[in-house]
Design a protein around this ligand. Structure first.
Ligand SMILES: NC(=O)c1ccc[n+]([C@@H]2O[C@H](COP(=O)([O-])OP(=O)(O)OC[C@H]3O[C@@H](n4cnc5c(N)ncnc54)[C@H](O)[C@@H]3O)[C@@H](O)[C@H]2O)c1
Ligand SMILES: O=P(O)(O)OC[C@H](O)CO
Length: 333
């Protein structure tokens, strides 16, 4: 569900993974012309340029056509739209289908993760909800450059089943039962990538970048531990792995948005320039609110929120972070 950058790329991953088993993958596209292009030309040029999609992918703008008979429903729409969109098609999901979230955002207003929104709106039990997260820049995967990822579900059998369905020659899924840790790693790294982008945009170098990444991981870890997630998850692909990929890559939309802010553009101007979803921009406030509810110190997230909400200039961000009280590096609480 969602024919954007990652929805289409992940459809390709799955189609390549299951081609020899005679299984097909269907994409729901919002726009008729996008569905038509996928069916007729096997491309989605708006998002993936000339990448050829496998023959066992088809598309439709009719949700019923796509969801009818689907054993696995994969959601790849912007996080802040999930609740309204899902409400419109939840009754079309087959009674035993599993729902997999590819989304990396936190819902504003409720501070819920996407798996929690799915559970609430579609009223599904935990064993029918999974998430996938890792260092997965869509364009690199569309070009079949090797990467790995994590499928997380509280039910091991469900996670293993999904891992089989998306195990392609260039895509290696691991499994994990720490859904909260996997999901939050993918959410907070977008905010840290905004901060890194801002530093890049202001012309700062690699020491600064490395400091923000490392301390970004420290504050992500504090949040995940406070909420009941596991430390080892943060050391894995959906934690450190995704953080490094997103903060290092010019393909990252969050990194790019941060860089534009660092170069002096206003948020409205940045939003106008972004044709794809940069989840960190809207999730930052929700993550900060969540951290306050649980009394977790997240200074980089707080500074990013202040910049996004016009309460702090990017130039004053570093000064604010460096002037904080000195403390031991190992403090995780
Ligand atoms: N692109 C990546 O490299 C990547 C990788 C991993 C995870 N993700 C995550 O996947 C999710 C989807 O990202 P994407 O890159 O595919 O985004 P995108 O901006 O490329 O595409 C979003 C798609 O959702 C559709 N959509 C459906 N309902 C919508 C609505 N109500 N409002 C707006 N758009 C709507 C759009 O038409 C579009 O096709 C995000 O949470 C993102 O963080 C993206
Ligand atoms: O382009 P971004 O910033 O949304 O990042 C894409 C993926 O989440 C990287 O794993």
């Amino acid at each position: 569900m969602g024919a954007g950058s990652w929805g289409t790329t992940f459809a390709k991953v799955m189609a390549d993974a299951v081609a020899e088993q005679g299984i097909s993958v269907q994409i729901w596209a919002r726009r008729d012309d996008a569905a038509h292009e996928i069916n007729e030309r096997h491309t989605n040029s708006r998002y993936l340029r000339d990448t050829k999609l496998p023959q066992n992918i088809s598309a439709s703008s009719d949700r019923q056509v796509v969801l009818c008979g689907a054993d696995l429903v994969v959601l790849a729409i912007p996080s802040q739209s999930l609740r309204a969109e899902l409400d419109g098609f939840k009754d079309l999901i087959e009674p035993d289908a599993v729902v997999l979230s590819l989304m990396k955002g936190l819902e504003r207003g409720t501070d819920l993760r996407m798996s929690q929104v799915i559970a609430e709106v579609a009223e599904l039990p935990e064993n029918r909800i999974a998430v996938l997260s890792g260092p997965n820049l869509a364009m690199e995967i569309a070009r079949e450059q090797p990467t790995a990822s994590v499928v997380a579900c509280t039910d091991e059998q469900t996670a293993n089943w999904i891992a089989q369905l998306c195990s392609a020659p260039y895509f290696r899924p691991y499994t994990n039962d720490d859904v909260l840790g996997v999901e939050l790693g993918g959410i907070v790294k977008n905010i840290i990538a905004l901060a890194v982008g801002m530093c890049d945009g202001m012309g700062m170098g690699d020491n600064t970048k490395s400091t923000v990444i490392t301390r970004g991981l420290a504050e992500t870890t504090r949040l995940v531990l406070a909420l009941g997630g596991r430390l080892d998850t943060l050391a894995g692909l959906s934690g450190l792995g995704d953080l490094v990929a997103t903060c290092s890559s010019s393909l990252s939309r969050n990194n790019t948005a941060g860089r534009l802010l660092g170069q002096g553009l206003f948020l409205d101007e940045v939003n106008d320039r972004m044709s794809q979803t940069a989840e960190g921009i809207k999730s930052a406030r929700a993550v900060f609110d969540l951290s306050r509810t649980h009394d977790v110190d997240m200074p980089i997230t707080e500074a990013v929120v202040m910049v996004l909400e016009g309460m702090l200039s990017v130039e004053n961000m570093a000064e604010r972070l460096l002037a904080r009280e000195l403390k031991s590096e190992g403090e995780l609480q």
